[in-house]
Ligand binder design. Sequence first.
Ligand SMILES: Nc1nc2c(ncn2[C@@H]2O[C@H](COP(=O)(O)OP(=O)(O)OP(=O)(O)O)[C@@H](O)[C@H]2O)c(=O)[nH]1
Ligand SMILES: [Mg+2]
Length: 204
Amino acid sequence: MVDTMKILTAEFIRSCVGPEQFPNGGLPEIAFVGRSNVGKSSLINSLLQRKSLAKVSRTPGKTRAVNVFSVVTGDVQLARFMIVDLPGYGYAKVSKSIRAQWGPLLEAYLTDREEVRIVVLLVESRVPAAQDRATIEWLLSIGHLPVVVATKVDKLKPSERVAGLRRLGAELGLDDRLPVIAYSSTTGEGRDRLWTVLKERTRI
Ligand SMILES: Nc1nc2c(ncn2[C@@H]2O[C@H](COP(=O)(O)OP(=O)(O)OP(=O)(O)O)[C@@H](O)[C@H]2O)c(=O)[nH]1
Ligand SMILES: [Mg+2]
């Protein structure tokens, strides 16, 4: 059966530049992390089937705050929740002062909030960053088993796909607990699979 998620409403709530601005509604939160330009905002739009809810940019470092969206779906398990678009890490061209500001914000968000139910880590299919592996280790160390998504799979040639995704898993040090979900925001590939995994993870 195709597990298509019906999105009833998806709204931008707030752009937080400090922990005091994080929402306090107590709803479960699904956080999206990954390096700058990996495709986080595009994937959120694709998942929610909204064209430009989250701002997409060719310039890495576009999302500099913690952007929160509220979502209502037609699904009983995952009916109301928040989607959180986190600033991308590891982009050298952004000024030091801005990086010094968002690093602690990202850390405060991921370590201190009980509402964070699932962390989705995005890595680029063709170019995993050295930092991605360190991020996985850090997330595990603070108690989050991330859902790992390989973005922009439309850029892989069909002939490179299987080997490419396998190599990616190996480079990231992943095992059976952490399968990689191949995703393309351009074609919508992986959308149903990712929703299925998110629903499984929130079922307690
Ligand atoms: N071909 C292809 N391009 C993509 C895909 N997803 C995103 N892109 C492109 O990658 C660039 C960055 O996308 P964003 O969604 O803004 O990336 P981000 O991770 O939110 O970036 P920051 O906010 O800077 O951290 C844009 O030019 C997108 O059009 C995809 O699935 N396929
Ligand atoms: Mg973004």
